[in-house]
Design a protein around this ligand. Structure first.
Ligand SMILES: Nc1ncnc2c1ncn2[C@@H]1O[C@H](COP(=O)(O)OP(=O)(O)O)[C@@H](O)[C@H]1O
Ligand SMILES: O=P(O)(O)OC[C@H]1O[C@](O)(COP(=O)(O)O)[C@@H](O)[C@@H]1O
Length: 334
């Protein structure tokens, strides 16, 4: 099928670098003389027919901006037959031949579902701070989120040192520990608690182990102590863990939830460049007749990955990272 007109949208949790990806898609499409339109607010824009033509002028001056000029959303209507039919109707009405979606695994599942209602070509670009997509070493936004987490914890470390305090810092990642392990290791956290090294059945053991470790560190006059914990891991989160340490071992901890700060801000160089390469590759993949694939990058080489493979969640946080933390770097191991 010859591609004559393409559409692009951003969906799911926004990620720094999404604007850089939009820009690259629009500039590459312009280069190949393909008119492009952007749909607003994720799949809502498709269902409601909310869109705007995108030209090189529309993407001028956005490469350094966090968030997404096309806005993003979680769109429950896409989980219904009616929603999918409306989305397909809009694409047909606008005479779109190909749709590029910048988002996470949920957004890719949306593309796979849409396929049954619309025969155009679909391409995914991995944009999520969580890095939880198979077939690519990195997703757009992950590097910036990790840097933001490190910068925040470096600051927390200063006050923790001054007051000899224990902090429990909760970071994002939905159900995967890429952010937790990378931020924890790079900020020299004394402990990292994530899905890869903790299960909820270990709760009581972990609590007494942590209490023992913290008391040992206090005896050894470690001035500060930082535990980095993944969101959705400990029942009740960092605040509850701090309360339990107080109740069971009389240890005072301060809980600090980094939250959405990790999703915003200007993308670091790595995300701008990854996003730009992937945006160009997405348009080229369409021209080459590809569909139902995600653009990924492995060992610095761009590649295409079937969308149904990208969403499998088989790839985990590197074992060497987990093992280095557990056996060498954690205060426990020293
Ligand atoms: N199985 C599915 N079928 C159709 N659409 C889906 C499906 N899963 C997710 N989506 C769409 O993709 C959107 C984004 O997914 P979500 O999981 O929230 O974020 P992300 O893409 O960042 O993982 C959802 O709000 C929904 O509109
Ligand atoms: O913005 P919401 O809907 O509260 O979602 C929060 C979730 O979004 C994220 O920031 C990004 O996740 P996705 O990219 O999968 O949407 C997660 O780290 C976090 O768990």
């Amino acid at each position: 099928m010859t591609i004559k007109k393409i559409a692009v949208l951003t969906s799911g949790g926004d990620a720094p670098g999404m604007n850089a990806a939009i820009r690259a898609v629009v500039l590459a499409a312009h280069h190949y003389a393909l008119p492009t339109i952007g749909f607003f607010s994720g799949y809502n824009g498709l269902i409601e027919g909310s869109s705007s033509a995108l030209t090189p002028a529309s993407v001028n001056g956005i490469i350094h901006r966090g968030g997404t000029i096309l806005k993003s959303a979680r769109c429950p209507a896409m989980l219904t037959e009616q929603g999918l039919e409306s989305a397909a109707t809009t694409l047909k009405k606008e005479q779109i031949d190909a749709l590029i979606v910048i988002g996470g695994d949920g957004s890719f599942n949306g593309l796979l579902a849409l396929n049954k209602y619309w025969s155009g070509a679909v391409i995914g670009i991995p944009g999520t701070i969580d890095n939880d997509i198979d077939g690519t070493d990195f997703t757009i936004g992950f590097s910036t989120a990790v840097n933001t987490g490190i910068e925040a914890i470096d600051k927390i470390r200063d006050t923790a040192e001054a007051f000899e305090r224990i902090f429990i810092v909760e970071v994002m990642g939905r159900r995967s520990g890429h952010i937790t392990f990378n931020v924890g290791i790079a900020s020299a956290a004394e402990q990292i608690l994530s899905f890869e090294n903790f299960s909820q059945t270990d709760e009581q053991d972990k609590l007494s182990h942590l209490a023992k470790e913290i008391k040992q560190a206090q005896q050894n006059r470690h001035a500060s102590y930082i535990i980095v914990i993944a969101e959705n891991l400990w029942p009740g989160g960092a605040t509850q863990l701090a309360m339990q340490l107080k109740q069971t071992a009389n240890i005072d901890c301060t809980a600090c939830i980094l939250g959405y700060i990790q999703r915003g801000g200007s993308p670091v160089a790595k995300d701008r460049i990854l996003a730009t390469k992937m945006g160009v590759a997405a348009v080229q993949a369409l021209i080459a007749g590809k569909s139902n694939v995600m653009i990924g990058e492995r060992n610095n080489q761009l590649l295409t990955v079937p969308l149904d493979v990208a969403v499998q969640h088989k790839e985990k946080v590197s074992e060497s990272l987990v093992s280095a933390q557990e056996n060498i770097l954690a205060l426990t191991a020293q």
